[in-house]
Design a protein around this ligand. Structure first.
Ligand SMILES: NC(=O)c1ccc[n+]([C@@H]2O[C@H](COP(=O)([O-])OP(=O)(O)OC[C@H]3O[C@@H](n4cnc5c(N)ncnc54)[C@H](O)[C@@H]3O)[C@@H](O)[C@H]2O)c1
Length: 256
């Protein structure tokens, strides 16, 4: 098992790729604390884990709020008895355009995609040092590697997460803490519609998805568990000399 007895926090854990990660990390021997804003979905996640013979800690928090971000990481580490791995996965698509920019939506996108990642890493490092090291994995996107034509604020935020990764990988290397980031392509989760269906028109969403997939050499969406497997590898000792890497999980989209 790749994460045997590792103490792991996952944020935005109650759906999509985060939820797939919780499932996978439990199967790989980890003890997991799951943080999310959705209390009902967290309870369902805990019930599902229990049915499979696992106990997880759950913490409800709005991670766009800096104090809740900080305290939820510390509460989760306390519940686990320490911290080896943080997957700071929280993020949102944010506002579509740049003209007449909705500043509240802009602030929320930066808060959840970028500020929460920085604050999470800042708290996690203190716990990881006590255990002699650890691994932090962030979630960026293909839009953090190539400018998105449709989501300038999302690209701004996700490029920032890649920058944070490369900076912290150097800062934390002496602490034996590796820092990497996964960059999924359009993924088959509830968030997908936030990218393809901003107008609210289902036909337009379908057309946008088809247009995007036409540029994906493998011609399909990212499955949640495919992103989770990439995180598992980066978090595990199999990647013991890998730090500062932005890993596309995109069926070849960014290979063009
Ligand atoms: N879905 C995609 O196409 C895609 C592609 C690339 C990257 N990403 C990134 O992956 C991450 C999540 O995507 P997903 O597809 O797994 O999403 P998802 O919609 O399946 O799940 C998102 C989770 O985040 C939680 N959440 C939302 N706002 C929150 C907040 N303020 N505080 C705490 N939790 C909150 C939700 O309750 C939900 O459980 C984001 O960082 C996103 O930018 C998504």
């Amino acid at each position: 098992m790749r994460l045997a007895d590792k103490l792991v926090i996952v944020t935005a854990a109650a759906s999509g790729m985060g939820r797939a990660g919780v499932d996978l990390f439990l199967r790989e021997g980890a003890r997991v604390a799951a943080i999310d804003i959705n209390a009902e979905a967290l309870a369902a996640l805990a019930d599902d884990a229990k049915a499979k013979g696992h106990t997880i800690a759950t913490i409800q928090a709005d991670l766009s709020q800096p104090e809740q971000m900080r305290s939820s990481i510390n509460d989760a580490a306390a519940a686990l008895g320490g911290l080896d791995v943080l997957w700071a996965h929280a993020g949102i698509p944010g506002p579509a355009g740049i003209e007449d920019l909705d500043l509240a939506a802009y602030d929320q996108a930066i808060a959840l995609n970028v500020t929460s990642a920085a604050l999470g890493a800042g708290e996690a490092i203190k716990h990881m040092r006590k255990r002699g090291g650890g691994a932090i994995v962030f979630t960026s996107s293909i839009s953090g590697l190539m400018g998105s034509m449709f989501s300038p604020i999302y690209s701004t935020a996700k490029f920032a997460v890649v920058g944070l990764t490369k900076s912290l990988a150097q800062t934390f290397a002496p602490d034996n803490v590796r820092v990497n980031v996964v960059c999924p392509g359009l993924a088959d989760t509830p968030m997908k519609i936030g990218f393809t269906g901003r107008s609210g028109d289902p036909q337009e969403a379908e057309a946008n998805q088809a247009r995007l997939l036409a540029s994906v050499p493998m011609g399909r969406l990212c499955r949640p568990e495919e992103a989770a497997h990439a995180v598992l590898w980066l978090a595990s000792d199999d990647a013991s000399f890998v730090t500062g890497v932005a890993l596309p999980v995109d069926g070849g989209f960014t290979a063009r």
